[in-house]
Design a protein around this ligand. Structure first.
Ligand code: AMP
Length: 238
């Protein structure tokens, strides 16, 4: 395994004293899948599939570029501390993280969806808001939800959840949820409806300030190649 010598784990950038590895933090699933074509356009192809491999550090077709597989909400932390040079994270995750110590040079325009408020079908959201009634909202996105409702002058009790938020209104845990909506199928299947749009969401490339400073000659061409790939992707989608 890269990064391991005689049982001791050494940081990835220490494995080869002459060539430092450029590391890119990605989460499995939608973000990994949709980042792949952009990376391929920049000449980077992971040599293993994280869905079938148990490895967390994947070599790529570029010998000095590695992909590290981390949980989506951990991507900004790895990059912030320079444990990964670059990463791909959803705007939803970046807003909750706060973005401290991160450059966000490029919207990759992938994993697009919207953040929205949803309730059970038939719940009188407008009336409840108008009456100024105290509303309970369950969400994983506490910081973003707090800011959204504060900007509207609404007092809400936020309940932090880590799993399926759609269940909360169905079990009476909350009146509403703040969640990501893509096709709308999950809401529909659970008899929930969007009552407010909060913002469009997509995934961004994030870069550690240390990498931008110390590995600029390698990071800059990658940023440019990914930028061109995003423009080409936009052309294909429109
Ligand atoms: P959908 O049924 O297509 O509207 O997808 C909704 C479910 O997928 C919800 O559980 C969301 O939290 C999740 N979801 C949708 N889009 C994204 C995204 N871009 N990133 C992460 N989770 C998402």
């Amino acid at each position: 395994m890269e990064g391991a010598t005689s049982g001791r784990i050494t940081p990835l950038h220490c494995t080869n004293p002459t060539v430092s590895t450029l590391t890119l933090a990605l989460s499995k699933g939608r973000i990994f899948d949709e980042t792949l074509p952009l990376l391929a356009a920049a000449g980077i192809v992971p040599l293993e599939d994280p869905e079938t491999s148990r490895k967390l550090i994947l070599a790529t077709s570029m010998p000095d570029v590695a992909v590290v597989i981390v949980r989506a909400s951990d991507v900004p932390t790895y990059v912030q501390y320079g444990a990964a040079d670059l990463g791909v994270a959803g705007k939803d995750v970046l807003l909750e993280h706060g973005g401290t110590g991160l450059y966000q040079p490029l919207d990759l325009e992938i994993a697009r969806c919207r953040m929205a408020v949803a309730t059970k079908r038939g719940f009188d959201w407008a009336g409840t808001v108008q009456r100024g009634a105290r509303i309970r909202v369950a969400t994983k996105y506490v910081a973003t939800a707090r800011e959204h409702f504060a900007a509207k002058g609404m007092h809400v009790d936020l309940i932090k959840l880590y799993g399926s938020m759609e269940l909360a209104p169905l079990c009476g845990l909350a009146d509403a949820i703040v969640d990501l909506v893509s096709t709308g199928n999950t809401l529909k299947a659970n008899d929930l409806v969007v009552v407010e749009d909060i913002m469009p969401i997509s995934s961004r490339l994030i870069v550690s300030p240390a990498a931008l400073k110390l590995k600029r000659d390698r990071v800059q061409p990658l940023l440019e190649a990914l930028g061109r790939a995003v423009v080409a992707q936009r052309g294909r989608k429109s």
